[in-house]
Design a binder for this molecule. Structure first.
Ligand SMILES: [Zn+2]
Ligand SMILES: [Zn+2]
Length: 757
């Protein structure tokens, strides 16, 4: 019996080859009708035998194109239409609806085969793409996803490209960025004076320059990279000094998985991540005698490895045979440069040459950073390849919420229905560049996802630029969300859980409801509210922000709290080499309570121990002291003492025994490796003891671990296994970063609950 069914598909279904897939499927089942992109997703009508339509719908659900993400398929029978064919119809714009947009997709196998085939018209064409791969989000200016709403609009397709684009049987059918050497974008090489260099072949010349030790700024998908030969220490050193980045690790691009395996240990999950369609930077443990220059990732046990994900990358690494440093095109903590003029201006003292192209990048997106932990992905920087995929929640948001996120590693979040659109990584909101990127990003997301916020959520820290931005949104109701509450809730959403939990938020800085700086927190919380059940004892942070850059101040502050002026009688290097003049000033600050906010931050505790043990007294990037302390640990058993004290309905963790233990070890000449291991074990014991107490008192058995300090994989692993051993149900981060990059997601959920009240 014949019937006609209307099918509406919601999800990431545009720009991923969904219509050709539906077209072929309909033909296969002998169905008539049409498929079209709508602003709200993909719409299909099929007419034919009922059983065949049912099979058709089943296949839509079970065998969609690899990069499609279906949230929902609705279908209903409608009256007969009398279709005579199955066609792909032109897009309809429905102004208030929206459709999720696909992120960038790494070059597919078919395109790669063509790229390296001398007989192919796109042989060595650095902009080759198809419906299964290529740029997406970074070139989209508006929706629906059509060429005219992308930065490919100025390029008029040649006859060959147009024929492919129009042919439902072709892999490039409606591939919006479709291009070839005749009609598409091209490369240009410039020297540092921005003079065009005329060479017969830009790619060969770029390869030659890189082999020669030069630094080349390469325009990519979401911004400029700075590239140099990673096996050439001199080139790496030059890049470091020019970029004002003396210590932080650079990402390394290798040509293939075999090379990655020669440099680092790679397990099956990591291989999948490296060679998949997203291709983030993956943190991998270095092999002994890894030939990459030490200056690429100094004092690190890991390399950030990335495989080529654009045709241009593929050509450069294949033809040069080089292993490349591929770091964001910026200086210091600025956001990645993505507009040509801006890149020329900001990279002028760094790049020797520029390899640019004329396909405009509409929105900047950094490389994502990920790692595998216990067989699962843990995203540390959520950007290219992930954004702007929304998180799909189990409930509908009552309001359209804009959450402004935190100060460092900022990302924002917008909601509608049951979607939370987490933005790509914006960066540290410390300079005008990042702030502009933050504001522009919000406007762009509002437009392409058709969201006009009705509520604004913000962090309680009054000095955060994101908070100031939120508070300046006149006419909109606002909800302040405590930093660590947001952390824990973001991890709960990541794991799809709700109700009351024990939240352990170990973090750097988070403004507390008492005006102090929190960061070693045990919360009893749900989506709506939290109770501070315990925390690390407070210690003065002399100089505030300055103490974060100079961990020795925190170490000195702890020693002073414990030993008073007797600290100078301790037989340890830290005291011997302490600058007495500087200390005199700092001591005054502490005694008088001037510019010395009180903090319970675990990040600062790690800093203090790092400085005390002589690992790092000053830092050049966020978390450096703690990271180097983690790298120093060898895995020894045993831990230091600590005390728990009940005060005002909460438990304080007292650190005096810990510091006395470390000092005594230092006096006895115990090595830093062993001190670091024992210190890690101590923190794990603290967490266990607190959780055991809270389980006993509150009857809660679920523990949620969040906050930047849990990027420390040694701490995470030990905490997780010890809690599990004690039969806790433990939840950690996967798709949402544990650091402040995940805060905005927690903010929207808490604000949504509070708005209900
Ligand atoms: Zn392709
Ligand atoms: Zn063409």
């Amino acid at each position: 019996m014949n019937c006609c069914v209307k099918i509406d598909i919601n999800g990431v279904v545009q720009g991923v080859g969904f219509r050709p897939f539906a077209y072929h499927l309909a033909r296969r089942y002998g169905l008539l009708g049409y498929v079209s992109n709508e602003t709200s997703g993909v719409s299909i009508q099929v007419e034919g035998e009922k059983s065949r339509i049912e099979e058709f719908i089943e296949k839509l659900k079970t065998e969609p194109p690899p990069r499609a993400v279906i949230f929902e398929i609705k279908h209903r029978e409608i009256g007969p239409v009398g279709y005579t064919d199955f066609v792909i119809r032109k897009s309809n714009d429905q102004p208030k609806k929206f459709v999720p947009i696909s992120p960038e997709i790494a070059t597919c196998k078919d395109c790669l085969a063509e790229l390296f085939d001398p007989d192919d018209p796109r042989y060595r064409y650095p902009f080759i793409n198809c419906t299964n791969c290529g740029p997406r989000f970074t070139i989209v200016t508006d929706i629906p996803y059509d060429r005219k709403f992308t930065t490919m609009a100025p390029f008029v397709m040649c006859e060959m490209c147009q024929d492919e684009y129009d042919d439902p049987n072709h892999r490039r059918f409606h591939a919006q960025p479709n291009a070839c050497p005749t009609c598409g974008p091209g490369l240009t090489l410039l020297n540092h004076k921005l003079e065009k260099i005329d060479v017969p072949d830009v790619i060969s010349e770029v390869c030659r320059l890189l082999k020669d030790g030069k630094i080349v700024a390469i325009k990519g998908l979401g911004g400029y990279h700075l590239a140099c030969d990673a096996l050439n220490p001199e080139a790496v050193y030059r890049l470091r000094s020019k970029k004002y980045r003396e210590h932080k690790a650079f990402a390394v691009m290798v040509r293939d998985i075999e090379t990655a395996k020669r440099f680092c240990y790679v397990n099956g999950e990591e291989e999948k991540l490296l060679t998949g369609t997203i291709r983030p930077i993956v943190l991998l443990r270095k092999r002994p005698r890894c030939p990459v220059a030490e200056a690429v990732a100094p004092k690190q046990k890991y390399h950030g490895i990335i495989l080529p994900y654009t045709p241009l990358h593929h050509l450069i690494v294949a033809e040069s045979g080089l292993v490349l440093v591929m770091t964001s095109g910026n200086a210091g903590s600025e956001p990645i440069a993505y507009e040509d003029e801006d890149a020329f201006d900001r990279l002028k003292n760094i790049a020797d040459f520029y390899c640019i192209h004329n396909r405009r990048i509409h929105i900047r997106t950094d490389d994502s950073v990920s790692r595998i932990w216990r067989g699962n992905e843990m995203i540390l920087r959520r950007a290219r390849g992930f954004a702007p995929y929304p998180m799909l929640l189990k409930f509908n948001f009552r309001e359209r919420i804009l959450a402004c996120g935190a100060q460092l590693k900022n990302s924002f979040c917008l909601t509608r229905d049951n979607f939370a659109f987490m933005s790509h990584h914006i960066g540290d909101l410390e300079n005008l560049e990042t702030l502009t990127s933050f504001e522009g990003g919000i406007e762009h997301y509002k437009r392409i996802f058709r969201i006009e916020p009705t509520l604004v959520a913000y962090d309680l820290h009054p000095e955060y630029l994101a908070t100031k931005y939120a508070l300046s949104r006149d006419h909109l109701p606002k909800v302040g969300v405590q930093h660590h509450h947001a952390h824990i809730v973001s991890c709960m959403i990541d794991n799809g859980i709700d109700g009351k939990v024990i939240g352990v938020s170990f973090d750097g800085t988070g403004y507390g409801t008492d005006g102090k700086i929190w960061g070693g927190e045990f919360l009893i919380c749900d989506y709506l509210e939290f109770e501070r059940a315990g925390h690390l004892e407070y210690v003065p942070l002399p100089g505030g922000e300055k103490a974060i850059k100079e961990p020795w101040r925190v170490a000195a502050s702890f020693l002073y709290k414990i030993y008073g002026d007797d600290m100078f009688g301790l037989d340890i290097d830290f005291v011997k080499y302490l600058d007495r003049k500087k200390w005199a000033v700092i001591k005054k600050m502490i005694d008088r309570g001037v510019n010395s906010p009180m903090t319970s931050s675990s990040g600062r505790l790690f800093d203090a121990v790092s400085a005390l043990a002589g690992v790092r007294k000053e830092i050049y990037y966020e978390g450096q002291a703690a990271i180097e302390l983690e790298m120093a640990a060898t895995g020894e058993a045993g831990f230091y003492d600590f005390d728990l004290e009940n005060a005002e309905n909460r438990t304080l963790i007292l650190l005096e025994p810990l510091f006395r233990g470390i000092v005594s070890d230092l006096e006895n000449g115990v090595g830093v490796e062993s001190i670091s291991s024992k210190f890690h074990n101590t923190v794990v014991e603290m967490i266990l003891k607190m959780c055991l107490n809270l389980r006993k008192g509150r009857g809660l058995n679920r523990v949620v671990l969040s906050g930047g300090v849990f990027q420390n994989i040694l701490l995470l692993e030990k905490t997780f296994s010890l809690l599990c051993k004690n039969t806790f149900k433990v939840f950690t981060h996967h798709r949402v970063p544990p650091n402040d990059g995940g805060i905005a997601l927690g903010q929207v959920v808490v604000a949504n609950e509070q708005a209900k009240k």
